[in-house]
Design a protein around this ligand. Structure first.
Ligand SMILES: Nc1ncnc2c1ncn2[C@@H]1O[C@H](COP(=O)(O)OP(=O)(O)O)[C@@H](O)[C@H]1O
Ligand SMILES: [Mg+2]
Length: 362
């Protein structure tokens, strides 16, 4: 997977900017708030169908402008693609790939893969379970459209069930036949979702353990922790039915995949509670590299790596490890100072200044 050219029109603080990337390392350097992350964001969108940070799509349209375009030329599996994103200014975004409209996000995600590394990755280890669920969902969704649909079906049924639970509680009722309708749908989707999550985490765990060992000789153990102990549709349904009263009492769902987590142990201790900041950072880095390794194992192509301001946060050992691992990959690295590179290894160097990008080397 290689990004060749990126053109931004009225995107964030860019009026009109084209960037030609090296197929290997690209270093994007500039002071704060000049537009470095905006470039990574534009690339990221083609891998995930949405921004890594915008709450609404129109936020990305350049202030004072009506609409925005991003064009990305990339190569995948020996084929050339041109993907275009248009933000039309009325809250909608649309994509084309090789001039053909792409309506489904899952379809878009099948063309291009990127993995973003950012200082926020630490929340994978330190943060609440929701951060780890988001990580699982994003990673699995873009490879398996069926997971994406199971998740959407689950979410729809869950929100209907929550509305019903509130109504039942208010009416002082103890049961309702419609609850079983939603429970059946939830049990069916939950079975599929759990299967995907279990296999994803077990594969990811293997990659991450190896990386942690290579960096710090520590043992990293990661496991899927489903909230439901049952794993087939019938027993999930039976469990939900048995616990109906508790859910009505609480007026919201108490059980289901929306409460899943991933456990992380470093040298047999719970990393959330006992790991040092350095160990947590190593584990977060291990997870992200593992995510890229996982994509490679499924698609036989390494995703494009987007490293947003993370090198300056890593100590020398971790930086060295990462630097070796990305040697033959395409990587876009943002930084405020090129002094952090002991050896730039012929990387293409860009300087960003208030929404203008210039090539300043190798
Ligand atoms: N919709 C927008 N229109 C114009 N400028 C924007 C828009 N959104 C963000 N910006 C500007 O982009 C800059 C931040 O860009 P960013 O890529 O996050 O910077 P950094 O170089 O620190 O990574 C800020 O100056 C901000 O005002
Ligand atoms: Mg930034």
């Amino acid at each position: 997977m290689r990004v060749k050219n990126l053109t931004l029109r009225n995107f964030r603080n860019y009026r009109e900017q084209s960037i030609s990337f090296s197929p290997a390392t690209n270093i994007i350097c500039g002071n704060n708030a000049n537009g470095k992350t905006n470039i990574l964001e534009a690339i990221y969108i083609f891998g995930y169908g949405k921004s890594c940070r915008a709450k609404s799509d129109d936020e990305m349209i350049r202030f004072g402008c009506g609409s925005s375009w991003v064009t990305m030329e990339f190569e995948s599996g020996g084929r050339e693609f041109t993907a275009v994103m248009n933000l039309s200014g009325d809250g909608r975004k649309s994509f084309t790939v090789n001039n053909i409209p792409v309506k489904r996000l899952s379809r878009l995600m099948s063309y291009f893969h990127a993995v973003l590394f950012s200082p926020d990755d630490l929340t994978l280890v330190k943060g609440s379970p929701s951060a780890r669920r988001r990580f699982m969902d994003a990673a699995i969704c873009r490879l398996y459209p069926n997971y994406f649909s199971a998740l959407s079906e689950y979410q729809k049924a869950a929100s209907e069930k929550n509305i019903l639970l509130k109504q039942l509680k208010k009416a002082g009722k103890k049961s309702d036949e419609y609850l079983s309708v939603w429970n059946e749908q939830l049990a069916a989707s939950a079975e599929r979702i759990m299967e995907y999550r279990r296999s994803f985490v077990s594969e990811l765990a293997g990659f991450a353990a190896k990386i942690q060992k290579d960096i710090s000789s520590e043992e990293l153990k990661t496991a899927y922790e489903p909230s439901l102990k049952q794993d087939d549709k019938e027993s999930i349904l039976a469990f939900l039915e048995e616990n109906q009263r508790r859910e009505i009492e609480a007026a919201s769902m108490r059980y289901g995949i929306q409460r899943d987590d991933i456990s992380i142990f470093i040298s047999d201790r719970d990393a959330r509670l006992f790991a040092s900041q350095g160990q947590q950072r190593t584990a977060a880095l291990a997870f992200k590299i593992a995510e890229a390794d996982y994509v490679f194992s499924k698609t036989e192509e390494y995703p494009v790596l987007l490293l947003d301001d993370i090198l300056s946060e890593l100590d020398i050992e971790r930086r060295k490890y990462l630097w070796e691992r990305i040697l033959d990959k395409q990587v876009m690295i943002t930084c405020t100072d090129t002094d952090i590179f002991e050896n730039r290894r012929g990387a293409k160097l860009f300087t960003v200044n208030s929404g203008t990008v210039t090539v300043s080397g190798p």
